[in-house]
Each structure stands twice: as C-alpha cells, then as structure tokens.
Design a binder for this molecule. Sequence first.
Ligand SMILES: Nc1ncnc2c1ncn2[C@@H]1O[C@H](COP(=O)(O)OP(=O)(O)OP(=O)(O)O)[C@@H](O)[C@H]1O
Ligand SMILES: [Mg+2]
Length: 239
Amino acid sequence: MAKETLLSLENASVHYGGVRAIDNVTLKVDEHELIALMGPNGAGKSTVLKALIGLAPLSRGQVRWHGVAIKPKTHEMVARGIAYVPQGRQVFKSLTVLENLELGGYTLNNRSATKANIESVLHLFPSLREKLSHKAGLLSGGQQQMLTIARGLVADPKILLLDEPSLGLAPKVVKEVFEKIAEIHRERCIAVVVVEHSIKSVLAIATRVFVLSRGSVVLEGSPDSIDSEALHRVFLGQS
Ligand SMILES: Nc1ncnc2c1ncn2[C@@H]1O[C@H](COP(=O)(O)OP(=O)(O)OP(=O)(O)O)[C@@H](O)[C@H]1O
Ligand SMILES: [Mg+2]
C-alpha cells in the first residue's frame, strides 16, 4: 500500500532580506520515512526544516499538510505533531534532565500524559534515566544531544525534525546518536527528517536522501541510488 504523504514543500523559496536561502525546493515527507537532508555549509538545510515548521516564511511555493496547502504557524505545526530539534544542542543547562524533559511536554498541557510519555521515552534513553536529577549543563555533549532528541519525543510527535544532531561530537558519539535515531525510527514508527553535513553516517540509516547545494535540491533518491562521486562534487563546491 502506498504510504501517505504527511508534510511537503512544493517549489518553495525562502529569502532572508536579499539573501536567497532556498530556491524552488520540492520535498515530501511520507509516513515512517527517515529522510537525510545533506549538503555543505550554507546550502539551505536548516532553512528547509524552518520552512516545514513555520519558522521561515516562504516567498514562493507551498507547504502542504496531508496534501492541503497551509500557511504554517509554528505553534499549529507543533500541535499537528511535528517536533523540531534545532541545531546547536539547546538544553536548559541550569535545569535538571527531568525538568528539560517535562518542558518537552508543555504543548500537551496535561501533566499525567507528559509523565507517561517521559516514561515511554526513557525506555529508549536508559542513560538519561540514570541522570534525571542532574543539571543538564553537566552532561557530556553527546548526552545533551540525546536529551534534546528525547525532549522532542515527549510530545509524541508524528514527525521529528533534527538539525545536525552530530555537530561537534566525537566520531564514536556520532555513531551512538545515529544508532539512536535509527532505533527511534524503528520502534516508534514516526517519520524523521535529519540534517547531516558529513557524508557516511547518515546514509546507512536513511530511507531517502536529499542533497542541497546553494539552496537547490541537486540529488534525490534512495541511499543506494545516490552517486558517491556526484555527492563528493557537491561537497567540494563543484556542482
Ligand atoms: N537569519 C538569516 N539572515 C540572513 N541570512 C541567513 C539567515 N539564516 C540563514 N541565512 C543564509 O541563508 C543561506 C542558507 O542558510 P542555512 O542556515 O539554511 O544553511 P545550512 O545548510 O543549514 O548551513 P549550515 O551547514 O552552516 O548549518 C546561507 O547563505 C545563510 O547565510
Ligand atoms: Mg544549518
């Protein structure tokens, strides 16, 4: 049976003042996909996620939710079931791990549902369970990144948008983060869109790949179908 398309961008462009961040981008997120969004610095990866969650208004094109054109407002997108984990490991450092997780449930506006969801999320993150009363600022970089992802899951989203979860982490920790993303995708049956700058780690877990260069999609397909030489040329700025 064909998978349903949950969320899509259609011929979308975003400008910041005079800067064109993305140009004519078409991308759809089907249920239970794990999409990797790749490309060099400044290619427009973060802007695509921001356009999907309503943080970057389109100057052209459409956002569609279940096929219906919408003007995305961030709080409405969150209520529809989209969780967004921005670039840069943004934990509340002076709050405990548990308090950070509780904040992930604030849109549910229901303490017992939040508590139950935290319990369910902690099954995926046993290392956080051991540190619930620790200040988030004292966790390692990798654990902080795990916390931002766990916090995103507390709202029980249908789509998880992750912006460069591997940024600034040691290779061993990057591997753990990607294994965790693959596990989340497998266990929770949700769609995931993960932005990743570096090449290999994400191709192993993705079901579909989009490669951006200077604001446009230049390669798209299953991980196997992506020509590795073409990918290298994009990262070397030659296409
Ligand atoms: N708030 C902003 N104001 C002006 N220009 C911006 C703003 N945010 C992004 N840009 C520009 O838009 C383009 C795309 O930026 P974006 O952050 O989406 O790229 P990216 O692929 O996520 O890059 P990175 O790998 O560095 O995170 C870049 O040229 C960037 O300089
Ligand atoms: Mg970015």
